[in-house]
Design a protein around this ligand. Structure first.
Ligand code: PLP
Ligand code: COI
Length: 345
């Protein structure tokens, strides 16, 4: 195989069909062998559970070309276990975690000519997902499911790379206490589309969601967790009082990276009014797609506006250091002390 002839540096975060996907079906209480397919379409009954009661969960991770030419991915075991947690919450059969990792390796290796080259700024986005294919008409869990992985080469999630974005505070809620905010299910994103379109129409890149019980605490955005740096230089990571933030693998990794770099990391509930009072000098959105995208401003007439003085135009020094260290580990420029990197090819 030879590398695809793409303008890797100008890719956006979009879908492009690649050579292979992975597919595996669950029936009669067991997952089948599973394997690669060149069929990028899905055919199922009009009465499939996904179409009516939204039994679907998904994951997102990336494959990278390291500096030495290896193709690697980052902590796929964490995606495997989070997807199993998500599945259990929606009464779906968890996809076996070791099989998940094997499937990721298989589909990335088969598509290795689609993995963007080192230094291009692009990566191969890997999207595992599973959904109810079995027939249901009364409200109940289906008995048949399909697990798939699609891969697609992508550029940055937010246009403009390191240019700080401006976001707003959503007047809608993302996740209820004791709801599904802490799992990665499509249903959490369906309800975010309306506020997302509204934010875009008003010129904002994203929505910040507050806790829906009291609307006082910072939760997360539609597709990323929030990181803050306070005036004393501490890395402050908002915690949910109601367990309604998605446990981001990037965020949990950055907490460790921050500590490794000697930063003081504080994980605690953060009130939005602390941001308005000017307690924080940097803000970033972190996730697989977002990596760490700098937030320069939050604008809201209702909740109050914020400027992050050390990162108003581009990443501030702490977010930059965190991003460089994380992407350095992911591409093999910095030693992987925690065993996070899995070699694929
Ligand atoms: N929060 C939400 C709502 C997300 O969709 C994502 C993306 O996966 C994240 C946070 C970041 O999670 P991770 O770092 O595991 O990609
Ligand atoms: C990811 O970061 O992998 C996600 O799934 C976020 C999504 C909004 C693109």
């Amino acid at each position: 195989m030879t590398k695809q002839n793409l303008d890797w540096g100008s890719l956006d975060f979009g879908y492009r069909e690649t050579s292979y996907s992975y597919v595996c079906n669950y029936k009669d209480g067991a997952w089948d062998e599973g394997g690669l397919t060149t069929d990028h379409t899905v055919t199922m009954s009009e009465c499939a559970g996904i179409l009516h009661y939204c039994q679907e969960v998904f994951e997102g991770l990336k494959a990278y070309t390291a500096e030495n030419g290896d193709i690697v991915c980052f902590r796929p075991d964490m995606n495997a276990s989070r997807m199993a947690d998500s599945a259990r919450r929606l009464v779906m059969p968890p996809f076996p975690e070791d099989k998940f990792i094997e499937a990721v390796k298989m589909v990335v290796e088969a598509n290795k000519d689609w993995v963007p080259p080192f230094g291009s700024g692009a990566t191969l986005y890997v999207r595992p997902y599973m959904f109810a294919t079995g027939i249901v008409i009364g409200v109940k869990p289906a008995t048949e499911y399909q697990f798939r992985i699609l891969v697609t080469p992508v550029g940055p999630y937010f246009k403009g790379g390191d240019t700080a974005i401006t976001i707003t505070v959503a007047d809608f809620d993302r996740a209820a206490p004791r709801g599904t905010g802490d799992i990665k299910a499509g249903l959490n994103y369906a309800m975010s589309l309306h506020p997302y379109e509204e934010a875009h129409a008003n010129g904002y890149s994203e929505n910040l969601y507050l806790d829906s019980a009291t609307r006082t605490y910072v939760e997360e955005t539609g597709g990323a967790n929030v990181l803050l740096v306070d005036k004393q230089g501490n890395l402050v990571v908002p915690q949910s009082a109601t367990n309604s933030i998605l446990p981001s693998i990037t965020r949990r990794s950055l907490v460790q990276v921050g500590r490794d770099l000697g930063m003081n990391v504080i994980e605690r509930p953060v009130k939005y009014e602390e941001l308005v009072a000017g307690e924080f000098v940097e803000c970033g959105l972190c996730g697989t797609a977002a990596v760490i995208s700098p937030v320069g401003h939050i604008e809201s007439e209702k909740y109050g506006s914020v400027t992050f003085v050390d990162g108003a135009e581009t990443s501030g020094p702490v977010m930059r250091k965190l991003r460089e260290t994380l992407t350095g580990i992911q591409t093999g420029k910095i030693a992987d002390e925690h065993g996070w990197i899995v070699k694929i090819a």
